[in-house]
Ligand binder design. Structure first.
Ligand code: NAP
Length: 251
């Protein structure tokens, strides 16, 4: 594979499973040194990247805690000396239930991780990326950042907020070599979807039926979009929310 990110450093949050794991591996396949992070210890993704002949370091980080995020970025710089790309992916779905039954605890947790967490990440990543004069950040929202989903008020609010935050940061740094975009995945085969459906075949079939393409997406299909948004192939794209959803949101 062409080493388009050789000598570059990429940071991925929530890298232990699903979309984050696939994206960390995709960065490594293209030559990037990868900073992996998650709120629980993970050696599996580091092992995979090392076996590929790549370089990776794992940092424990709960993105909803500012001190953790600051330390994560500091570790990246201490270890690899620079930061070029970040994929702010860590997220949780929270508990289902309409607004009146959404607990304060659920609201604060989901907003704290999905929205405030991404803001903390960008707050510490941006000054480091600007030092390189060129770089990109991709945030991970959801189609729930573009349209509503019944029974998920905190999740939908957090992801709509993340789409808005991305546009704002993109404008603030458009003339400084930093591009900032947000991917909006449809239903993707990851542990999050296994939890959401409880492995229930009927629920999975219902998701498939709502997709014009008639199938669930794979984490690698999101990873490929992130690679595009970090590469020079997307050099005139910033502030965009890119739906990768098998056509869900154009119906
Ligand atoms: P996943 O399989 O659950 O992976 C998410 C990863 O983030 C897990 O390793 C999780 O750890 C970690 N994480 C959760 N909270 C964290 C925190 N506070 N700090 C650091 N790491 C944390 O989920 P996924 O499906 O890959 O989702 C990744 C992102 O895509 C999320 O932002 C999600 O909202 C978004 N998304 C997913 C889908 C989908 O259909 N899968 C659709 C649209 C958007 P634990 O597993 O240990 O909690």
């Amino acid at each position: 594979m062409e080493q388009i990110f050789k000598n570059n450093v990429a940071l991925v949050t929530g890298s232990s499973y699903g979309i984050g794991k696939a994206t960390a591996i995709a960065f490594a396949q293209r030559g990037a040194k990868v900073v992996l992070s998650d709120w629980k210890e993970d050696i599996e993704t580091v092992r995979i990247i090392h076996e590929m002949g790549g370089e990776a370091v794992f940092v424990l980080c709960d993105v909803s805690k500012e001190e953790d995020v600051k330390a994560m970025v500091q570790t990246a710089i201490r270890h690899f000396g620079r930061l070029d790309y970040a994929f702010n992916n860590a997220g949780v779905e929270g508990e289902p239930g309409a607004a009146p039954v959404c607990t304060n605890e659920n609201w604060e947790k989901v907003i704290g991780i999905n929205l405030t967490g991404a803001w903390y990440c960008m707050k510490y990543q941006i000054p480091e990326i600007l030092k390189q004069g060129k770089g990109a950040i991709v945030n991970n929202a959801s189609i729930a950042g573009l349209v509503g989903f019944q029974g998920m008020p905190a999740y939908v609010a957090s992801k709509h907020g993340l789409v808005g935050l991305t546009k704002n940061v993109a404008l603030d740094f458009a003339q400084q070599g930093l591009r900032v975009n947000v991917v909006c995945p449809g239903v993707i085969q990851t542990p999050m979807i296994d939890r959401f459906t409880g492995g229930n075949e009927e629920a999975i079939e219902q998701f498939k039926a709502r997709k014009p393409m008639g199938r669930i997406g794979q984490p690698e299909e999101i990873a490929e979009t992130v690679m595009f948004l970090c590469s020079d192939a997307s050099s005139f794209i910033t502030g965009q929310a890119i739906a990768v959803d098998g056509g869900w949101t154009v119906q």
